[in-house]
Design a protein around this ligand. Structure first.
Ligand SMILES: [Zn+2]
Ligand SMILES: [Zn+2]
Length: 219
C-alpha cells in the first residue's frame, strides 16, 4: 500500500517536472517576426513613410516574474522620415494579454500601447559610432515628445529591421502589476480564498494582532 502511494507521488512529481521542462515562454523577439522596411522607401522630402505590421505572438512572455499570455497578434506602426542624413522612426506597439491579477491571481485582460522614437544615424561603416545629441528634426514630423535613442547604422544598409525595437517597446510597456478591478479584494491572508467570491469562515475569527486590544472594548 505504502509503495503504491510512493509510486503515485513519484509520478506526480515527475509530471510537474516535465511540465516545467516543457514550459515555453518568450524571452526575445520571435525569429518569425518580419518587420523590416527598405530605407529607399522613405521620401526624401521629410514627409514620413508609414507602414503597419501584424506580428504573431504565440507564446507567453515572461517578464516581472510572471507570464503575459497573448490574446492575439501584436501590431506595430512605423513612421519613418529623413531628418538631414538621419532617419527618425516613431514606433507604436499595441498588444493584448491576459495576466494574473496582482491581488487575487485571476487571469485579467491587459491592453498595452506604447511608443518610442529611434534616430538612425547613417555612418560610413559599422565600426564608427556617433554619440552626439540629435539635431532638430525637419518639418512634417512631430518629434517633441520624449527622448530619442540614437543608433548608428551602415550607410549601405538597405533595410531597417525593427524586431528588436518592437520587442523593447513591448517590454517597456508591460506593467509590473495588473488589477482585475481597482476594488479587487484579493485573497484571504488566512485561508487563501478569493475574497471577491464571498467571505470565508476563518475571516470572522481572524483579528489582526495589531487590533487585538480593541476586541474587548465595549462601545
Ligand atoms: Zn483581482
Ligand atoms: Zn479565509
Amino acid at each position: 500500500m505504502a509503495d503504491a502511494v510512493t509510486t503515485s507521488i513519484c509520478e506526480e512529481v515527475t509530471n510537474v517536472i516535465n511540465k516545467l521542462k516543457t514550459k515555453k515562454t518568450l524571452r526575445k523577439p520571435p525569429e518569425e517576426w518580419k518587420c523590416g522596411f527598405l530605407v529607399s522607401r522613405i521620401p526624401k522630402n521629410a514627409s514620413p513613410y508609414l507602414e503597419s505590421f501584424e506580428l504573431p505572438l504565440e507564446m507567453p512572455i515572461e517578464h516581472w516574474g510572471q507570464d503575459y499570455t497573448p490574446r492575439g497578434p501584436l501590431s506595430a506602426d512605423v513612421e519613418a522620415a529623413f531628418t538631414g542624413e538621419r532617419i527618425l522612426v516613431r514606433l507604436t506597439v499595441r498588444a493584448e494579454f491576459s495576466v494574473p491579477c496582482s491581488r487575487c491571481l485571476r487571469e485579467t485582460g491587459l491592453a498595452i500601447i506604447g511608443s518610442l522614437r529611434y534616430l538612425f544615424t547613417l555612418c560610413p561603416s559599422k565600426d564608427s559610432h556617433e554619440s552626439e545629441e540629435p539635431d532638430e528634426p525637419g518639418d512634417g514630423f512631430n518629434s517633441d515628445d520624449g527622448d530619442v535613442d540614437v543608433i548608428a547604422i551602415d550607410v549601405f544598409q538597405l533595410e531597417l529591421d525593427m524586431s528588436q525595437y518592437v520587442w523593447e517597446v513591448l517590454l517597456l510597456n508591460l506593467p509590473e502589476r495588473t488589477l482585475c478591478s481597482e476594488s479587487c479584494l484579493g485573497l484571504c491572508s488566512v485561508c487563501g480564498r478569493d475574497r471577491n467570491e464571498g467571505g470565508c469562515e476563518c475571516r470572522e475569527d481572524y483579528t489582526d494582532p495589531r487590533f487585538a486590544a480593541l476586541r474587548d472594548v465595549n462601545l
